[in-house]
Design a binder for this molecule. Structure first.
Ligand SMILES: Cc1cc2nc3c(=O)[nH]c(=O)nc-3n(C[C@H](O)[C@H](O)[C@H](O)COP(=O)(O)O)c2cc1C
Length: 211
């Protein structure tokens, strides 16, 4: 299989200098809104990279569930590999890739757990089967077989409660960013890249970087 001739031109858009004076959070919201209109069911998926105690980065997809004034919220198991990494270092990187729009967004920031009350509220808003899935999984831990997992799932299911409690080790993190880069593919690999870096008190430095 030769991959060398797989090529495309990026022709969908451009970033003009007006964007340099934009608020990066507003800019992110505007791009996300545009992307959601395309109807991709995983439009809020992003790659989250953490660094564990072995010093190696590790990445996985999670779903953005809320945009707050101070950051982006996602939910997971606090004892998972990512949770353990975050306990060592709250410094993370997030990457959104929206190929249909020829756009990429790179985010450097740090995460904090959201309040227990907010995690519980969100947990209860999830479909019951997703709640059961979270209850049944010690995320990232070894398990002998698929059937062991299903046994756990079915034992919770057989309790057929109206409500399940949010597990103690499950909840949200809020990712506050200090650097964000918007990338728009352009013809002849002359792509646009605009970077925002925090100065202080939510004031931003913005600049263009070479493709
Ligand atoms: C489209 C998609 C969405 C996902 N959303 C989440 C999520 O919101 N939270 C989560 O913990 N895992 C999510 N996952 C699973 C993670 O990618 C990963 O397998 C899991 O969190 C375990 O990662 P860890 O062992 O590095 O902690 C998603 C995976 C995909 C492909």
């Amino acid at each position: 299989m030769s991959l060398q001739d797989d090529r495309k031109e990026y022709l969908n858009g451009e970033l003009n200098d007006d964007i340099l004076s934009a608020n990066p959070r507003e800019m992110f919201l505007a791009w996300l809104e545009e992307y959601r209109l395309l109807g991709n069911p995983d439009s809020t998926a992003f790659s989250l990279s953490t660094v564990g105690k072995d010093g190696f980065p590790d990445s996985r997809i999670v779903l953005l569930k809320e945009i707050r004034h101070d950051g982006f919220v996602f939910y997971t198991n606090y004892n998972s590999k990512k949770g353990q990494d975050i306990a060592v270092s709250p410094n993370v990187h997030a990457l959104f890739f929206w190929p249909e729009m020829e756009r990429q967004i790179r985010i450097k920031g740090h995460v904090k757990k959201i309040s227990r009350a907010d995690s519980e509220k969100y947990f209860l808003s999830r479909p019951k089967l997703s709640q059961l899935g979270a209850l049944s999984s010690n995320q990232s831990e070894k398990i002998n077989s698929r059937s062991d997992l299903e046994l756990k799932f079915n034992s919770f299911k057989s309790k057929s409660l109206d409500e399940y409690n949010c597990p103690d080790d499950w909840g949200g993190y809020c990712l506050s960013f200090e650097k964000i880069e918007f990338w728009q593919g352009r013809r002849s690999r002359m792509h646009d890249r605009i970077v925002f870096e925090i100065k202080s008190n939510l004031e931003w430095d913005s600049f263009r970087v070479q493709p």
